[in-house]
Design a protein around this ligand. Structure first.
Ligand code: ADP
Length: 448
C-alpha cells in the first residue's frame, strides 16, 4: 500500500486545484489546468522511460538514473536487483574459475565428451597421458584421435563399471587405467589414471612368486626323488644310501637358507618392525666378520683387516652384522682360491665406510645397478653351487636403507670388487667409555 499513497495524494491535490479553478474561473480554466498537468506527466514519463531504456541497454557503463517519487522508487528497486544479480554472477564465476583451476591441477587426465563423443574440454594431464590438447582438439571426435582398437571397443561397450588398462599412446613406459563416467545429458567424463607404479609392483609380485616357486622346485624335486628311490629300494648298499641322504640334506639346507632369507626380508620390510638403535662396536664386529670369512674360506683365501677409524655406529647390531656378513660371504664365494679379501673400516668426509674388497671374478658394469634386486644373479649356477639364495644383496640394501646408509659397488671384471656400506655422519659415534665389550649374536644368526 506504501506505493499508492504518494500518487493518490498528488491526484487528490490536482483534482482539488481543478475544483477551485472551476469554482473561481469556470470549467475552461479547470480543463486547461488538467490538460497542462496531463502533458507534464506524459513528458516526464517519456523522459524517465528514455533514461531507463538507456540504462537497461548497458547497465555496467551508464550511471543508473535517479529520480524522486514513483520513478525514483522503481529505479531504486531495479538497481538493487541489478546489484544482487551482479554479486551472484561474480560468485558463480569465482566458483567456476576455482573448479576449472582444480580440474586443471588434477593429476589424472580428464576429458569431457559430449553426446557425439566430441571433446568439449580436457585438462593438461590428458595431454601428458593421451596427447590431447584442449585448444586444438575441442570439438574433435575422440575416436579419431585415440584410435587403438581396445580403446574403441571400450568406448563402444559403454560399460561404466569397467576399467581399461592400457599403455599410454604417447609413452609406452606409462600404464594407464581408463574409466568412463556418464553425467548430464548423454555426456561422459573420460578419466585416465597413471597406474605405472601399481603395475610395476604387481609385476614384481608376480616375478617374486615365480622366482620363489622356481627356487624351491629344484631342491624339492631332488629330495622327493631320493625319498622315492629309498622307499622303493630299502636294501640299497649303505654307501649309496649315505650319499643320497647327504644330497637330501644339502638340498634341504638350501631350502632352509632360502626361507631364512625370505623371512629376514619380510621382517625388514614390515612396517611395524621399527629400527632399534644401539651402540655398535665396529672394530669388534669387523674382527668377528674376519673370523667368519676365514672359517667360510677354509684357508683358500688370505683375509686381512684394516681398521682406520675407532668410531662406533648407532644402529641395530644384528641387522648390521647380517648385512656386512652377506658382503663378506659373497667375497669368499666369488673369489677363486688363492685370492685376497680385505675388510676396511674408515671415515671419509665425515661418513663411516665399511668396505669388503676381493680379488675375485669382478662384475661387468651393466650388472651393477641390478645386483640388489631380489634373485638377480650374474651366474645362476655359480651362485647355487656356493649356497647362494639370490637374496643377499637385497637384504644388504634393505638394512642399509633402514640405517640411512647406502651401498657403493666398484668392480673391474677379472680383477675384483669392492662393496662399501656408507653410513651417514649422524650414525657415527665415539666409543662409549663404559661399554667396551658388546656381545655378538651367534654366527650365522639372521637379522631380526
Ligand atoms: P647370491 O646368493 O646369488 O650371492 P646376492 O644377492 O648376494 O645373491 O648377490 C647377487 C649376485 O651378485 C650374485 O649372484 C653374484 O652374481 C653377484 N655378486 C655379489 N657379490 C659379488 C662379488 N663379491 N664378486 C662378484 N660377484 C658378486
Amino acid at each position: 500500500m506504501g506505493f499508492w499513497w504518494r500518487p493518490l495524494g498528488v491526484l487528490a491535490s490536482v483534482l482539488l486545484v481543478a475544483l477551485f479553478l472551476w469554482a473561481g474561473w469556470g470549467w475552461v480554466a479547470a480543463l486547461g489546468f488538467l490538460a497542462g498537468i496531463q502533458a507534464f506527466v506524459m513528458l516526464r514519463r517519456l523522459w524517465q522511460e528514455y533514461r531507463l531504456s538507456r540504462w537497461l541497454e548497458s547497465p555496467d557503463e551508464v550511471d543508473p538514473p535517479d529520480a524522486t517519487g514513483t520513478w525514483g522508487d522503481i529505479f531504486y528497486r531495479l538497481q538493487k536487483l541489478q546489484r544482487r544479480q551482479r554479486a551472484s554472477r561474480s560468485e558463480l564465476s569465482n566458483a567456476l574459475e576455482q573448479f576449472e583451476h582444480a580440474a586443471m591441477a588434477v593429476p589424472d587426465g580428464m576429458v569431457i565428451l559430449n553426446g557425439n563423443e566430441q571433446i568439449d574440454w580436457c585438462n593438461p594431464a590428458s595431454r601428458k597421458y593421451m596427447g590431447l590438447d584442449c585448444e586444438r582438439d575441442r570439438g574433435q571426435f575422440v575416436r579419431y584421435l585415440l584410435r587403438q582398437a581396445h580403446f574403441l571397443d571400450f568406448l563402444d561397450a559403454s560399460d561404466y563399471s569397467r576399467r581399461l588398462v592400457c599403455k599410454s599412446p604417447l609413452n609406452r613406459e606409462l600404464t594407464l587405467s581408463l574409466q568412463l563416467v556418464p553425467f548430464g545429458e548423454g555426456k561422459k567424463l573420460l578419466v585416465a589414471r597413471d597406474i605405472t607404479d601399481l603395475d610395476r609392483v604387481d609385476a614384481m609380485r608376480r616375478d617374486f612368486i615365480a622366482n620363489v616357486s622356481h627356487e624351491l622346485r629344484t631342491p624339492l624335486t631332488v629330495v622327493g626323488g631320493f625319498v622315492e628311490t629309498l622307499a622303493d629300494a630299502p636294501d640299497l648298499p649303505r654307501g649309496e644310501s649315505r650319499r643320497y641322504f647327504d644330497l637330501m640334506l644339502d638340498h634341504t639346507r638350501r631350502m632352509q637358507r632360502l626361507l631364512d632369507d625370505l623371512l629376514t626380508l619380510s621382517r625388514l620390510e614390515s612396517t611395524d618392525h621399527t629400527l632399534k638403535d644401539e651402540p655398535v662396536n665396529v672394530a669388534e664386529l669387523a674382527h668377528a666378520l674376519k673370523s667368519e670369512a676365514e672359517s667360510l674360506s677354509h684357508g683358500r683365501h688370505r683375509v686381512s683387516l684394516q681398521l682406520d677409524s675407532s668410531a662406533w655406529l648407532k644402529g641395530n647390531l644384528q641387522e648390521i652384522r647380517s648385512a656386512l656378513g652377506n658382503l663378506v660371504s659373497n667375497a669368499v664365494r666369488y673369489t677363486p682360491d688363492g685370492g685376497e679379501i680385505t675388510l676396511t673400516w674408515r671415515e671419509r668426509e665425515g661418513e663411516g665406510v665399511f668396505s669388503v674388497t676381493d680379488t675375485g671374478e669382478g662384475i661387468a658394469a651393466e650388472h651393477i645397478p641390478r645386483l640388489t634386486e631380489r634373485f638377480y644373479r650374474i651366474d645362476r649356477s655359480r651362485s647355487r653351487e656356493t649356497g647362494g639364495t639370490g637374496l643377499g644383496l637385497a637384504i644388504v640394501k634393505h638394512v642399509l636403507t633402514r640405517h640411512g646408509a647406502r651401498l657403493e659397488i666398484q668392480s673391474i671384471p677379472g680383477k675384483g670388487s669392492t662393496f662399501s656400506a656408507v653410513f651417514p655422519t649422524q650414525r657415527l659415534m665415539s666409543a662409549p667409555p663404559s661399554a667396551t665389550v658388546i656381545p655378538f649374536p651367534a654366527q650365522g644368526q639372521a637379522a631380526g
